[in-house]
Design a protein around this ligand. Structure first.
Ligand code: DGJ
Length: 754
């Protein structure tokens, strides 16, 4: 619900309110983002003590320009034709529109259920429209909420602001009342008579009037991604970001702000996720007037020229607030991502996801068809659904040193090609899935020999090889068309049900042969738009294909990629103890149904550590379940034991995919242990997982559960019965488990209700 009245702009979700005011000077000020309220909260703000006209530095601005009195982080950095770099945005108009705004070429939250294959977002429009992203003119199909954007109770507030020298900012806020989610995007439009250069074009600027907030970010390294980090925001600027062209392993494009006393089950917290898969910057600045948070495309390497009348669409930010702690904030994000972001084909938790076996840790580059078929036979015995052939299947690909770009099967490994292998797998009763890395090319490949100009390279400089590969210039339509034709040929060659789209290096040598020198600052962002275009073609043309994105594990795990692929390979590290931290950190904003998680062998290939079957299974079953190990080395009885877990996932996977997550014990608190649970929306079922020291030291401790109905009776799979009250207050009795990283999995079913 939204209202505009006397300069007060209010957005309500079911439990939260976001409020803005147009002040006496016409600046759009932020009043409130928090618990639901009907009050006008402008008058009670401490900043009101200042004379706003004299102190733009003190104003909570929704769109902040530089150089005219606000000296904090700006939202946008324009350079006008006269060389001035300044902006001060004033209100022009505001209107409420039914439905969701469109962001051509950029993924963004959808209207949601019921799935509407024709509807959705700007990226679902025709390709020619998408290619117009870069040069949109007002009235050419953006911003206006067309019929295909209406429905599902979503409304959009469009607020137009303008700087006197001619840059217009149209701030768009869409409200998903049911999920307590608000999305925001910005169109920057040149209303002057001369070109304007944007050196920064931010997506979010949000001022908090308090000084004491913590910042949570999700940081790490390759094989240790998305670890939750929390620290107080000190005076000055703290930031996380990426200039790699992909978000990368070091920082995820999402953040949470919370009060110092906020915990898992209590306190105020605000979550923000950028719907973007390229270089990004998140900054929190604490100064005299409080804390300002800004988010958007990273300004380094960015300069976008707007000719008169043209617009630039800044990527969307999704935000939510909870006054009931981080757990509730996560559940709000999870529900919004499931219902409004994932591809509709896969978003229903009841839609089964195939249990897969991935060949990577079983074979790496060393296999032939016989080896694959033996592995497939073993997979069948473990009741697995789908066999994924990872890297190494195409010509000259016996190491990372060659072959990328030549997507035809190596006849020495696969004498009857992919169709031959697929047919044999299908005859065994397994579906077939395939790995590709379409954004890359090996210098030693036919593709590179045929099209050396297709790579990103700076004239006159040696082109940097990383992992023995170059980046293809996805900003170019002809390059994308070439890649698309290769993908089509592959996908049409046999029934491929699943595609793992990998990307194993960050961008470097970023320069496009197709753009003039003065436009080179656009290439990083155009690359991301090109990536989205390809993924859009793929998901549109093959709607039943299950796409799993991957960037050396979780290097590109963001809401942008989740628009196209319902699951993302979370990390190359499958060690149970490492995964505890990785999946725990990932869970703050992203639901379990998006986390690629596989059961692998011990000692673990990445860490050399061991862990119990139950611990490894607990982690794998808490994501999109699969296997990644050489099952031919397991005896038939062992495969059949593993099949028990496959059956568990078939029976209870929908609970994991669609249930409410409660983090019970954080791994950092328990020193390499953790516990968590999923509860069905009607609270009649729960799956509980505990790993490592969370299981205690043999003293038979109890695990306090959450989210259950107090006055109901639940039974576990062994028939033991507990009331909800007992489980919530006295806890579930834990076994006194011993050994290297023990693990436990319970399924609880409500059998009686008062
Ligand atoms: C990196 C991925 O994360 C791995 O799972 C595997 O697919 C390799 N690339 C293959 O090169």
């Amino acid at each position: 619900m939204m209202t505009i009245s006397n300069g007060l702009l209010t957005l309500h979700t079911a439990h939260t309110t976001y409020q803005m005011t147009v002040d006496a000077d016409g600046r759009l000020c932020h009043n409130w983002y928090g618990c639901k309220t009907e009050e006008n909260l402008w008058d009670s703000r401490p900043t009101h003590a200042f004379d706003p006209g004299c102190w733009p530095d003190q104003l909570p601005l929704e769109c902040a320009g530089p150089g005219l009195g606000d000296n904090r982080l700006p939202s946008v950095l324009p350079e006008y034709a006269d060389g001035s770099r300044a902006a001060d945005f004033r209100f022009v108009r505001a209107e409420v529109r039914p439905g969701k705004y469109a962001l051509p070429g950029l993924p963004n939250f959808r209207l949601g259920s019921p799935p509407n294959p024709q509807g959705g977002f700007g990226g679902e429009r025709s390709r020619s429209e998408m290619n117009e992203t870069c040069r949109l003119r007002r009235g050419e199909g953006y911003g206006a909420c067309g019929d295909d954007r209406q429905g599902a109770g979503v409304e959009t507030l469009a607020v137009t602001l303008r700087d006197a020298a001619g840059l217009e900012a149209e701030l768009l806020y869409s409200v998903y009342e049911d999920c307590d989610l608000i999305t925001r995007a910005v169109f920057y439009t040149n209303r002057s008579e001369a070109p304007i250069k944007l050196h920064q074009a931010g997506s979010l600027c949000l001022d908090f009037d308090q000084q004491q907030l913590d910042l949570m970010t999700f940081d790490g390294v390759w094989a240790g991604e998305h670890l939750a980090q929390r620290r107080p925001i000190f005076s000055g600027v703290q930031s996380v970001g990426s200039t790699r062209g992909i978000p990368g392993h070091a920082h995820n494009p999402a953040a949470i702000l919370c009060r110092p006393d906020t915990g898992e089950t209590c306190g105020d917290c605000w979550g923000f996720a950028l719907v973007y898969s390229g270089s990004f910057l998140i900054q929190a600045e604490r100064g005299e007037a409080g804390i300002r948070l800004t988010m958007g495309v990273h300004p380094q390497h960015f300069c976008w020229t707007l000719e008169p009348g043209e617009s630039f669409a800044a990527p969307e930010v999704a935000m939510a607030f909870s006054d009931q702690g981080l757990g509730e904030l996560s559940r709000r994000f999870h529900s919004a991502i499931r219902r409004h972001l994932l591809p509709p084909r896969w978003s229903d938790p009841e839609a089964p996801r195939p249990v897969l076996l991935n060949s990577w840790e079983a074979c790496y580059f060393d296999f032939n068809e016989n080896k694959l078929l033996e592995l497939a036979q073993a997979a069948k015995e473990a009741e697995i659904d789908l066999f994924v052939l990872d890297d190494g299947w195409f010509q000259n690909r016996n190491s990372t040193e060659a072959g990328l770009g030549d997507w035809t099967a190596d006849p020495r490994k696969l004498p009857e090609g992919l169709p031959g292998l697929c047919k044999k797998l299908n005859a065994l009763g397994l579906d077939f899935g395939l790995w590709v890395e379409p954004e890359a090319v090996s210098p030693n490949s036919d593709l590179h020999r045929a099209h050396p100009d297709w790579v990103l390279e700076i004239p006159g400089r040696e082109t940097l090889e990383i992992r023995h590969q170059y980046n293809l210039d996805l900003s170019r339509e002809d390059v994308r068309e070439g890649i698309w034709q290769q993908l089509r040929a592959l996908l049409d060659s046999c029934p491929i049900r699943y595609l793992k789209w990998d990307m194993n290096r960050s961008l470097a040598n970023v320069y496009s042969a197709a753009l003039p020198p003065e436009r080179q600052g656009e290439v990083y962002h155009r690359y991301v738009l090109g990536l989205y275009d390809l993924q859009q073609r793929l998901t549109r043309t093959y709607p039943d294909l299950l796409l799993e994105n991957c960037a050396s594990g979780g290097g590109r795990y963001d809401c942008g990629m989740l628009y196209y692929s319902p699951q993302i390979w979370c990390s190359d590290n499958t060690d149970a103890r490492s995964r505890l931290g990785i999946q725990h950190g990932t869970s703050y904003l992203y639901p379990a149904c998006t986390m690629g998680a596989h059961f692998s062998t011990v000692p673990n290939h990445n860490t050399g550590r061991t862990a119990s079957v139950e611990a490894r299974m607990a982690l794998a079953l808490s994501g999109t379940f699969g296997f990644e190990l050489d099952l031919t080395r397991y005896a038939q009885e062992e495969r059949q034991e593993l099949a028990v877990y496959v059956r568990w996932y078939r029976a209870h996977g929908a609970l994991v995919r669609g249930g409410d997550l409660y983090r019970l014990i954080a791994p950092e608190e328990a020193d390499s242990g953790g516990a968590w649970m999923f509860v069905s929306p009607d609270r009649t079922e729960a799956a509980v997982f505990a790993v490592g020291t969370a299981l205690g030291d043999g003293l038979r401790p109890r695990l306090l559960l959450q989210g259950l109905e107090e006055h109901a009776v639940y039974a576990d799979e062994d028939g033991a019965q507990y009331t909800g009250g007992q489980l919530l207050r006295q806890g579930l009795p834990l076994p006194g488990a011993w050994g290297e990283v023990p693990g436990c999995i319970w399924y609880l079913k409500q059998i009686e209700r008062e």
